[in-house]
Design a protein. Structure first.
Length: 202
């Protein structure tokens, strides 16, 4: 969005558009009111108007990247960026590593949930054994079920303990790799922006 003074009527139109959506028109990310900006699909600097049909809600990043491109030019720009990202060997390799660390963290959270369920299962069986009158055969069956439940619980406790012991390092590595991926993406984006500017100059 170009920095300029807007008339009262234009500001009213922009506020109306701003309240019309909670998503970025360009990338689709969800936005809070404080994250919303208004963008001119056809830039003011190139003759665009501050009219309802030329305004969209945009995230800050898309608004800045789009600069004075038209909607069609920005769409083509993003396709080129995405193609470069998809073909980047570095990003492919780092993404594979990232998913490995994510799988470990997901496994930890899943194991915690399963351990909680297993703990409840053991407690329920123990309560039945303690508080219910039953035949010897029924008692034997329940004791066998309790034994199985305790084995499951112990295995889950071991898994949670082992994964928890490495989770700090995993989170650190995950964040480190995520930053590297974003750094490469930003470099690709900067190169394409520079190329675009150079083409306009010449």
């Amino acid at each position: 969005m170009s920095k300029r003074d807007y008339s009262i009527e234009e500001k009213e139109i922009m506020n109306k558009v701003k309240q019309s959506s909670d998503k970025c028109y360009y990338c689709g990310c969800k936005l809070s009111n404080g994250q919303k900006t208004i963008d001119h699909k056809f830039p003011i600097s190139r003759g665009g108007k501050t009219s309802e049909d030329n305004l969209v809600v945009s995230c800050i990043e898309c608004n800045q990247d789009k600069d004075n491109m038209t909607e069609e030019e920005f769409d083509e720009f993003n396709k080129i960026i995405q193609k470069e990202i998809n073909e980047s060997i570095s990003i492919k390799y780092l993404t594979t590593l990232l998913m490995t660390y994510k799988d470990i963290l997901d496994k930890l959270e899943q194991s915690k949930l399963e351990l909680k369920k297993s703990h409840n299962e053991v407690s329920e069986i123990q309560n039945i054994i303690i508080n219910t009158k039953m035949s010897a055969s029924d008692g034997y069956i329940l004791c066998r079920e309790l034994q199985k439940a305790l084995i499951r619980k112990n295995k889950l406790q071991k898994t949670v303990s082992e994964l928890t012991s490495i989770s700090g390092d995993v989170v650190e590595k995950y964040n480190e790799i995520d930053k590297k991926i974003n750094k490469i993406k930003n470099k690709i984006k900067s190169q394409q922006i520079a190329l675009l500017i150079n083409n306009r100059v010449h």
